[in-house]
Design a protein around this ligand. Structure first.
Ligand code: HGY
Ligand code: MN
Ligand code: MN
Length: 395
């Protein structure tokens, strides 16, 4: 039988790996991430599933024969919440376990690796689904310059054979909403219609490192001033291109040499933008590149653009979505809605190989990618029940 108590107990057990305050620090390939995956592999075995790590460190708990795949990711942001990804993995485990106990359908479980993009954009599921080759992935570096090919060796002898996507009939991912809609409307379930697209690249501006006391303002080639001017101009120039759903973020900045008395010679920053319309993502890219080239010309700087990473928007499979809608109506009548996902998810990559669908539960005050991230217990359990319903497992 589906057990909300066992599900919540596992969810809190996973929370202990990399726990920091109310949140978790469990980035992909860190010690807590690997320890958490070892623990999950044991729980999969105990549930009668066969655990298997692939070369990227994606962890599968496999049922025999063709099966429905459920899951999400168990790595976290560098300062992340306890439910982002973990909820979908542990709920999948509970549904698979209940299915075996009740003689239900074959359900497999996955925890994808590096969903949070230490090295790229949903790197583990991108490689597994064939969107990115392992050779290309291995050349990616994190913000500290660590190569993915080095980081993934931490899995050592755990790595088994590759897991063939053809054995799965579909994929369903339960996740927290990570935005304000369900919480503000006092609703319990969101059935996802589409996942937005994303573009992400590292930009480097180079000027001239110099003395901060003696270099006249007019003669400076200050890389940070370049970033500051770029940001202001970009917010203005994007106005005619974007909608209320478009977002763009400079989330990581590294200034060199980062000292009070030195005019910065170099600044490296992440430039990320997201939208539900692939054509608009392209237009935003054109504006970003145009503004950058104007700024570097005006300010005597040089610009280097890193590789453009990204994923296009994806629609959910209507048949799986209908199963989630029926589950939502059974578990939370009148308290659910259809909605797009503004966050990115592994389901986007998995959609290359099989039908996919997603459901959300509310995030209190819409907060996520922060230690304060939380969801009411009744909503976590409602999400579990809708997932089980859609998977055809007794609730
Ligand atoms: O950034 C995202 O949308 C996801 O949480 N990786
Ligand atoms: Mn997530
Ligand atoms: Mn996340």
């Amino acid at each position: 039988m589906l057990s909300p108590e066992r599900f919540l107990s596992d969810l809190h057990a996973l929370r202990q790996f990399g726990a920091q305050g109310t949140g978790v620090v469990r980035p992909a390939y860190s010690d807590p991430d690997i320890e958490a995956r070892d623990w999950l592999a044991q729980r999969m075995s105990a549930a009668g599933l066969t655990p298997r790590f692939d070369a990227m460190g994606n962890l599968f708990g496999l049922a025999e024969g063709p099966s429905l795949l459920l899951g999400s990711h168990s790595d976290s942001q560098p300062a992340g919440g306890w439910l982002d990804g973990a909820l979908g993995v542990v709920a999948a485990l509970e549904v698979a376990r209940a299915a075996r106990e009740t003689g239900g359908p074959a359900i497999s479980v996955v925890s994808f690796q590096d969903e949070e993009g230490r090295f790229g954009v949903t790197t583990g599921s991108a490689v597994w689904s064939g969107g990115l080759s392992l050779v290309e992935a291995d050349a990616l570096r994190d913000h500290n310059g660590v190569l993915l090919s080095d980081a993934r060796h931490a899995f050592g002898e755990r790595v088994g054979g590759e897991v063939d996507p053809a054995q799965f009939t579909g994929f369903i991912e339960l996740h927290i909403e990570q935005g304000p809609t369900l919480d503000a409307c006092d609703e319990q379930i969101g059935v996802v219609c589409d996942i937005v697209g994303i573009r992400d690249r590292v930009v480097t501006l180079r000027g001239q490192q110099n003395h901060a006391g003696t270099t006249p303002m007019a003669l400076r080639r200050d890389a940070f001033q370049g970033l500051s001017a770029f940001n202001t101009a970009l917010n203005d120039r994007l106005r005619n291109v974007v909608t209320r759903q478009s977002v763009w973020t400079i989330g990581h900045v590294s200034i060199s040499p980062n000292a009070s008395s030195i005019v910065p010679g170099e600044v490296r920053f992440s430039m990320q933008w997201r939208d539900g319309d692939a054509a608009r993502l392209d237009r935003m890219q054109q504006v970003i590149e145009a503004v950058l080239s104007e700024i570097v010309q005006d300010m005597g700087l040089e610009v280097e653009l890193g590789p453009l990473l990204g994923l296009d928007p994806v629609a959910m499979d209507p048949r799986l979505r209908a199963r989630l809608e029926a589950g939502a109506e059974a578990v939370a009548p009148g308290k659910w809605r259809m909605m797009p996902s503004g966050a990115l998810h592994d389901a986007t990559n998995v959609a290359r190989r099989m039908p996919v669908a997603m459901l959300f539960v509310p995030s209190i005050n819409g907060i996520s990618h922060a230690f304060e991230e939380d969801t009411r217990e009744a909503d976590l359990v409602a999400g579990l029940r809708v997932l089980a319903h859609a998977a055809g497992v007794q609730g």
